[in-house]
Design a protein around this ligand. Structure first.
Ligand code: TYM
Length: 337
């Protein structure tokens, strides 16, 4: 079976971008009989960006509850916390030892931090941790420990998957066998980048996100706050130049999208377009809200969730342990697998 794997970093609350870029396509794939799915909470990655323990804990709870509330069948997939799989940091080390430093110098997130430092005339590595530098290697280990074929992600993660492919090929070459499958990014082109409130990519780092689980009135308010140009009601609007339309399209069927496209050309008022967008998003999320609340806000729900994560971690480890034993032998640390 084809293996799909994806993770979400546990900093902050899950937002609409995570939903359309990762969670929704992953849940859809997990229902296919020919796919084996690995979905996890990237809590080791969270430490790179966040050193507030309570925030990481809260975010882990919220993201785990989101997957379950939206209908992930945790018994049909591998659903786990990264930190419950110690083979991942172990593999990270083996991969670090075959990773060219130059390759990692070119990683976007690291380069962006260096450029920002240089722009302020600071030392190029000022404030940059080894965690940030090594982030793509840890991510490669997430993917390679389970030999995933496909990694469903938003476009911002493509370079990381390419680095994982590079490291897999390099390790296979150095140790002379096809230990690792070369993974591919699976990007849904239609929704590859969901814009946020200000029109830039919706991202925790830009502080422009719309959290998934806002109560209805606040969700409406947030959507009314998405930037638009100043065209008046009745003036034709270009759907292809509108964040409202882009976001609508990420949620609606082809037929609904065609109707909205026509409404734009007919000069729909921004207020009305936003109201329709709110209704469309809310229609997807409303059925799951109560389950989300129960999982995050009641002791019983939180216990249930913890039990699910622990069971998922054990099942995933049962895959990782024998594979890592084989790698230990391959690199010469053990004589038998
Ligand atoms: P993270 O936590 O930033 O985002 C999780 C997923 O959501 C997608 N995404 C978006 N998609 C569309 N539009 C947006 N505005 C948007 N914002 C976020 C991201 O592309 C991602 O798919 N490094 C990863 C987590 C990770 C991972 C992995 C992913 C760690 N190990 C292994 C895949 C495989 C990250 O920080 O994603």
């Amino acid at each position: 079976r084809e293996r799909h794997l994806t993770g979400i970093t546990t900093t902050g609350s899950p937002h609409l971008g995570n939903y359309v870029g990762a969670i929704r396509p992953a849940i859809a794939a997990s229902q296919r009989a020919d796919v084996e799915s690995f979905y996890f909470l990237a809590d080791f990655h969270a430490l790179v960006k966040c050193q507030e323990p309570e925030r990481i804990q809260r975010s882990t709870l919220e993201i785990a509850a989101t997957w379950l509330a939206l209908g992930l069948d945790h018994e049909q997939v591998f659903f786990y916390r990264q930190s419950d799989i110690p083979e991942i940091p172990q593999l990270t080390w083996y991969l670090s030892c075959v990773a060219g430093k130059g390759l990692l110098n070119r990683a976007h997130a690291y380069k962006a931090s260096v450029d920002a430092n240089l722009a302020q005339s600071l030392d190029e590595d000022a404030g940059i941790s080894m965690g940030l530098f090594n982030y793509p290697v840890l991510m490669a280990a997430d993917i390679l420990i389970f030999n995933a074929h496909q990694v469903p992600v938003g476009r911002d993660q493509i370079q990381h998957i390419e680095i994982a492919r590079d490291l897999a090929a390099r390790f296979n070459h150095v140790y002379g066998d096809a230990f690792f499958t070369l993974p591919s990014a699976a990007v849904d082109e239609q929704t590859a980048i969901l814009p946020g409130l200000d029109g830039r990519k919706m991202s925790k780092s830009y502080d422009n996100t719309i959290p998934l689980w806002l109560p209805e009135p606040e969700l409406r308010k947030a959507i009314l706050g998405i930037v638009t140009n100043s065209l008046a009601p009745g003036e034709p609007k270009n759907p292809d130049d509108s964040h409202i339309f882009t976001i609508y399209q990420a949620f609606a069927s082809a037929e609904e999208t065609a109707t909205m496209r026509q409404a734009f050309l007919d000069g729909i008022a921004w207020g009305e377009a936003k109201q329709k967008l709110f209704e469309r998003i809310n229609q997807d999320l409303a059925p799951a809200r109560e389950r989300y609340r129960q999982l995050t806000e009641t002791a019983q729900g939180r216990d249930e969730l913890e039990a699910i994560l622990q069971a998922g971690g054990q099942r995933a480890r049962a895959r990782a342990t024998p594979f890592l034993a084989r790698l230990n032998q391959a690199v010469g640390l053990r004589s038998v697998a």
